[in-house]
Design a protein around this ligand. Structure first.
Ligand SMILES: NC(=O)CC[C@H](N)C(=O)O
Length: 360
C-alpha cells in the first residue's frame, strides 16, 4: 500500500494510505460528522475548495448509487476516512467508492487517526492542509503555501452554465444556483412548483421580468463576502414584493445585502444532527448542516430582519425573518440529503407564502 500524508498548516503530519486518485492538493480541511450520506457529501457543491474528513470510521459500506448524486459531479479536493469499504453491499449500488473517487480524480487517504485529527481541528479551528504521496516533503517549503491558501471563485466554478427548467403545474419558482444541491429543486418540484434554475450571476431584472411567484436562493461554496456582484442583485430582489426563501449561502448573501456582517466560524457545522430552535414556537428540528461562515445577527438591524432560528449547541444564528417582507432564510438544510428531513416543512411554508401573496 502506498503511503499518503496529510500535512496541516500548523506543521502536524498524519500518515495514512493512498486511496482513489494519486494527486497532490492543497485545500481547506474540514470534518463532517454524518454517519451515512457520503455520496451526498461528495456531490454537494458547497464543498468545492475543501477537503472533507468523515469522522464516522467506515465509509462506503453501501457503495455509490449514482441516482442519489446531489449535483453532476463530486466536488471536494480530497476525501479522508479511517477506513473505506472494499466490498459494498446494496442492491442499488452502481460502483464502489474508490472507482467513484477515481472517476472525478479525487485523492483519498485512509488509515489515519480521524478522531485525533477532528479533535485537533476542533481545538485549533479549520486549517489548510496538503495531501500528498510524496514521502520527501519539505515542511519549510509547504507551510507558507498552506497559510496562503483560500478557496476563491468557487461559486462561479460550480453554478450551472445555462438556465434549465423542472416542469410543474404549480407555483413558478426562480431558483438562483450558487452551487445548489439537487434536492432543493426537487423538494419544490415535488410540491408541484415549476422550477427554473438560473446561473448565479443572472441579473435581478431578468428574473423579475419572468414574473415568478417566488424566488429561491441556494446553498453554495466559499466565503459569502466574496460574492459582491450577487449581493448587489439580491438588494434589487429584496426591493420587490416577491416571496423569497433562502438556504445557507443564499441566507448569508441576503443578510449581507441588507447590511449584516458574516464571519468565519472556528470549525463550522458539518453533519446531520445539528439541533436548531424555531424562535416562534420553541420547536427544535434536527438539521443537516454544512457551513463554515455565519451571520452575526447581533449586528443585523432588527427593523430589517429578526432571528428566526438559533443553533441549540452554540447559539449561533440559523435563520432570519425579514420584517414587513415575504422573506425568510435559513442557515441549515431543509432539503436534507444527507440527513434528517425534519425541517422539510419549511418548503411548505414557502409555498404558503406564495399562495397568500397570490390571494392577497
Ligand atoms: N452550504 C453552504 O451553502 C455553505 C455556505 C458557505 N460557503 C459557508 O461555508 O458558510
Amino acid at each position: 500500500m502506498e503511503k499518503a500524508f496529510l500535512i496541516l498548516e500548523d506543521g502536524s503530519v498524519y500518515e495514512g494510505k493512498a486511496y482513489g486518485a494519486r494527486k497532490e492538493v492543497i485545500s481547506e480541511i474540514v470534518f463532517n460528522t454524518s454517519m451515512t450520506g457520503y455520496l451526498e457529501v461528495l456531490t454537494d457543491p458547497s464543498y468545492a475548495g475543501q477537503a472533507v474528513i468523515m469522522t464516522y470510521p467506515l465509509i462506503g459500506n453501501y457503495g455509490i448509487c449514482l441516482e442519489d448524486m446531489e449535483s453532476e459531479r463530486a466536488w471536494p479536493d480530497a476525501f479522508i476516512a479511517r477506513e473505506f469499504a472494499r466490498m459494498p453491499s446494496n442492491f442499488r449500488c452502481d460502483m464502489g467508492i474508490e472507482e467513484f473517487l477515481l472517476k472525478y480524480d479525487i485523492p483519498g487517504i485512509e488509515g489515519l487517526d480521524t478522531r485525533a485529527l477532528t479533535k485537533k481541528l476542533r481545538e485549533c479551528g479549520t486549517m489548510n492542509g496538503l495531501i500528498t504521496t510524496n514521502e520527501n516533503f519539505n515542511l519549510d517549503e509547504i507551510l507558507p503555501k498552506l497559510k496562503e491558501y483560500k478557496p476563491t471563485g468557487v461559486v462561479k466554478k460550480v453554478t450551472c452554465k445555462e438556465k434549465y427548467e423542472l416542469k410543474g403545474d404549480g407555483y413558478k419558482v426562480a431558483l438562483l444556483d450558487f452551487g445548489a444541491k439537487k434536492n432543493i429543486a426537487r423538494s419544490l418540484n415535488e410540491r408541484g412548483c415549476n422550477v427554473t434554475v438560473y446561473p448565479a450571476l443572472t441579473k435581478a431584472e431578468d428574473i423579475i421580468a419572468t414574473n415568478p411567484d417566488g424566488i429561491m436562493l441556494s446553498n453554495g461554496p466559499g466565503d459569502p463576502k466574496e460574492c459582491v456582484e450577487i449581493i448587489e442583485e439580491l438588494k434589487k430582489l429584496y426591493n420587490t414584493d416577491i416571496p423569497i426563501f433562502a438556504i445557507c449561502l443564499g441566507h448569508q448573501l441576503m443578510a449581507l445585502a441588507n447590511g449584516a456582517d458574516t464571519h468565519k466560524m472556528k470549525y463550522g457545522h458539518r453533519g446531520a444532527n445539528h439541533p436548531v430552535k424555531d424562535l416562534r414556537n420553541g420547536r427544535v428540528y434536527i438539521s443537516s448542516q454544512n457551513h463554515g461562515y455565519v451571520v452575526d445577527d447581533e449586528k443585523m438591524d432588527k427593523n430589517i430582519a429578526e432571528p428566526a432560528f438559533v443553533n441549540v449547541n452554540d447559539k449561533t444564528n440559523e435563520g432570519l425573518r425579514y420584517v414587513g417582507k415575504n422573506i425568510f432564510t435559513v442557515q441549515f438544510h431543509p432539503e436534507a440529503c444527507p440527513g434528517p428531513k425534519d425541517s422539510g416543512v419549511l418548503f411548505d411554508e414557502f409555498i404558503k407564502m406564495m399562495e397568500d401573496k397570490k390571494n392577497a
